[in-house]
Write a protein that binds this ligand. Sequence first.
Ligand code: ADP
Ligand code: ADP
Ligand code: ZN
Length: 215
Amino acid sequence: MARLIMLGPPGAGKGTQAQRLCAKLGIPQISTGDMLRAAVAAGTEMGKAADSYMSAGKLVPDEVVVGIVKDRLAQDDAQGGFILDGFPRTVPQAEALEEAGVALQGAINVVVPAELLVERVTGRVTCRDCKSMYHTKYNPPAKDGVCDNCGGTDLYTRSDDTEEVFRQRLTSYEAKTAPLVAFYQSRSLCHDVDGVGDLDEIQARIEAIVVSLQG
Ligand code: ADP
Ligand code: ADP
Ligand code: ZN
């Protein structure tokens, strides 16, 4: 049973690869970014509180995110495995996961040099309907403006995918999230994956790790 997390800076390809792997394994992709954006769009109290952090490229407070993830992991479809994408992002979040008794099989750390990230993030477009991710240059949909997965025609650019907000997100990553690499290394759970290359190539690298973890 796969119980994995994706680590890596904004734009590393965590979401893209988590989506592919989850489809293949038939397990849910649990993306805190997607859940927070849904709360913002729905205008809930939590969404309103999260919005100011997200649009500034800052991390949403740990207690908010930990609460969302605990609720999500308690749902039926997560009992047969899951991939956490974008969580944990701080050491206290990782500790909360351990304290909740969630035994991870591994952390996939997608390694991409910082200079490649800005172009990935500023070219990212997402399908409003099914959340499939594309890149205007590196991974465009087969038909311009139409989602390959669901046929949706609302491919949008996230409001935080500007160069300016990206810089702040990268700063947050380096200060708060990068220490998780050492955290998971010390538990022998961290598996680095070279995140430079085409999508299929990187997927194959990740699958090789996942297979080794099941064995
Ligand atoms: P990316 O895919 O670019 O890494 P995400 O969609 O994961 O971005 O996250 C978008 C924003 O949502 C973050 O900049 C942050 O404000 C918030 N966020 C997502 N996950 C977390 C988390 N685990 N802890 C705190 N904030 C989070
Ligand atoms: P993350 O979830 O880590 O923020 P995403 O999976 O959303 O990253 O990818 C960010 C952007 O980069 C998307 O537009 C995606 O299509 C593109 N992308 C993902 N992997 C690659 C890759 N290996 N090479 C080029 N572009 C990529
Ligand atoms: Zn779609």
